[in-house]
Design a binder for this molecule. Structure first.
Ligand SMILES: *[C@@H]1O[C@H](CO)[C@@H](O)[C@H](O)[C@H]1NC(C)=O
Ligand SMILES: *[C@@H]1O[C@H](CO)[C@@H](O)[C@H](O)[C@H]1NC(C)=O
Ligand SMILES: *[C@@H]1O[C@H](CO)[C@@H](O)[C@H](O)[C@H]1NC(C)=O
Ligand SMILES: *[C@@H]1O[C@H](CO)[C@@H](O)[C@H](O)[C@H]1NC(C)=O
Ligand SMILES: *[C@@H]1O[C@H](CO)[C@@H](O)[C@H](O)[C@H]1NC(C)=O
Length: 502
């Protein structure tokens, strides 16, 4: 948020000199840009424009309204909350600048990873060449120019299901939430499960959903926050409320005293292996494992896949699939300790989860024994187990609510745009994005429905939370060391437990 708080001297002048100064600045800017700036300024009519300028990637200016001191912030009646209504013949794309009040809230700690993820470009910045290199794997290029979104889709690369559609939709909603505040930028997005940018010098900046220690893709909230239509997973905002309600239905003590997992085991070797841990007549590892057959589920109207109904066991297992899995947030939200099989991948929030605080670590090598011990430990330390369950859910409910998802996207894109060494431009093949037409032209009704539900109805009245500073190298080292120590501690307990069995 620094960018918006620190107003250049220029801006404290009267409107008259402000415009003179702006004009002077404009001389430095390309002719093409002048027209767009003036169109932005001239369309912002409802509030007297004292203006913040925003220098982004070589002189790009974004004009955003801020109210004068005496002006109360409230939504004027010009801004009726928009509700998606696809029966309207002539869809208009609502968009406008909007005043916001300062927000002194500091964002959650996991926002610090934004700085880490952009580190590879911190010194030299991001050139156009680097961005173009990313085209090799990207499914689309997204451009923001003067607060509007543009999409260049790469036809030769089809994304899985509607991941790309809902990811673009999410960014489009961000533009609605903070109109005029997202700086000009161009980004490349890869929608596959696995990260694609190996660690190395001057990497192409590729946005994706996860990365691991050998890759440096820039992690971004996945599509499921706006809904996963193919398998009937509702937009996060609604689902989170449903899960919260679901949690109240069965108290932790009354839940089945076992670990629960439901999913598709055929996506990874570690999951196949995990099938062996299911309870059988010969052995009980304290695990109740169920396979999810999505085709069957869809034929039965998804009657048995409601995530809010899956909080009936005391422990819930998270195990990676082909790469990271979107299920992690659902699993953590249940008020039951998440038993996290040692993950390889991270997404944008998981690095801040701490073992024994938010989850219980499970070995990836000796999973059955590890699960059995975890459940026994929890059933013998009910208080502590409930605390872990609650802390995991609290993290998800409070720090991962939709407002913070948008704020995370805001800061990530904002910091990213500062690194651009070139003037973002709209490619010829790109199309301008519009929420209304995008949603109304979806042919599958559930997609339309999810978009209607997750559409940002009105701009935020508040600025985003403020971005915490980067980790200093020492605190980052301590962070990793603490995490490892806690995992080691659990593994020691586990070893002692199994020794006493012999
Ligand atoms: C949607 O738009 C149509 C046509 O303008 C209107 O008749 C209808 O009442 C609207 N529906 C809602 C729910 O706003
Ligand atoms: C739709 O909007 C366009 C452009 O604003 C206008 O020219 C056209 O007449 C409108 N059509 C209808 C059916 O209202
Ligand atoms: C695991 O065991 C339970 C209980 O016997 C059973 O209902 C379930 O179908 C089993 N899961 C798999 C994948 O076989
Ligand atoms: C799904 O559940 C509802 C209500 O329990 C039921 O009416 C419906 O028939 C079920 N659908 C299928 C395909 O089983
Ligand atoms: C700004 O643009 C000029 C010429 O277009 C270029 O030489 C310079 O390196 C750019 N500076 C930054 C900070 O991007």
């Amino acid at each position: 948020m620094k960018k918006f708080k620190k107003q250049p001297l220029l801006l404290r002048k009267t409107p008259a000199t402000l415009y003179t100064s702006l004009l002077f600045l404009l001389i430095l800017i390309t002719a093409a840009f002048i027209s767009s700036l003036w169109s932005t300024l001239s369309t912002t009519t409802n509030i007297k424009p004292t203006t913040t300028t925003n220098t982004v990637a070589n002189q790009t200016l974004v004009a955003a309204n801020v109210p004068t001191k005496n002006e109360k912030i409230k939504h004027s009646n010009k801004f009726q909350p928009t509700v998606l209504n696809c029966t309207i013949k002539n869809q208009t794309c609502s968009s406008s600048n909007y005043p916001t009040t300062k927000n002194n809230m500091v964002c959650p700690e996991y926002f610090k990873w934004i700085h880490e993820d952009l580190k590879p470009w911190k010194k030299k910045g991001i050139t156009r060449e680097m961005v173009e290199k990313a085209k090799k794997t990207a499914h689309f290029r997204l451009v923001v120019k003067n607060g509007k979104g543009y999409l260049e889709k790469y036809k030769n690369k089809e994304a899985i299901q509607t991941r790309d559609v809902f990811t673009v939709w999410g960014i489009l909603q961000l533009l609605r939430k903070y109109p005029g505040k997202i700086p000009d930028l161009e980004l490349m997005f890869d929608c596959n499960d696995k990260p694609v940018v190996p660690i190395g010098l001057d990497p192409p900046p590729v946005f994706g959903y996860c990365a691991d220690r050998w890759t440096q893709d820039i992690v971004f909230p996945d599509w499921s926050f706006w809904g996963w239509a193919e398998i009937n997973i509702k937009p996060w905002e609604h689902l989170l409320k449903d899960i919260k309600k679901g949690n109240k239905r069965v108290k932790w003590k009354d839940r089945e005293p076992y670990a629960y997992w439901k999913g598709n085991p055929y996506t990874a070797a570690t999951r196949l292996d995990f099938l062996n841990c299911n309870v059988s007549t010969a052995q009980d590892w304290n695990l109740r494992l169920f396979t999810q057959d999505w085709i069957k589920e869809s034929e039965q109207g998804f009657n048995h896949s409601n995530l809010a109904d899956q909080c009936t066991y005391r422990y819930k297992v998270y195990i990676e699939g082909y790469a990271w899995s979107v299920s992690e947030k659902y699993i953590l939200a249940c008020d039951s300790p998440a038993l996290l099989v040692k993950p390889r991948y991270y997404d944008f929030f998981t690095r801040s989860l701490q073992p024994l605080q938010h989850y219980w670590p499970i070995r990836d090598t000796d999973k059955c024994k590890s699960i059995k011990h975890a459940v026994d430990w929890g059933n013998n330390h009910e208080q502590k187990a409930q605390e872990i369950g609650k802390a995991g859910s609290k993290f998800i409910q409070e720090e991962l609510n939709m407002n913070y998802i948008y704020d995370y996207m805001f800061h990530l894109l904002n910091e990213y745009s500062k690194l651009l060494k070139f003037e973002p431009r709209v490619p010829e093949e790109a199309v301008e994005l519009c929420s209304e037409t995008m949603a109304c032209t979806r042919s599958y009704s559930m997609e339309k429905e999810f978009m209607g539900e997750s559409m940002v109805r009105e701009p935020s009245t508040k600025d985003p939370c403020s971005l915490p500073p980067p980790f200093d190298p020492t605190s980052l080292r301590i962070f990793y060391a603490t995490k490892q120590n806690l995992i080691n501690r659990v593994e020691r307990w586990e070893d002692e437990y199994w020794k006493s069995y012999q």
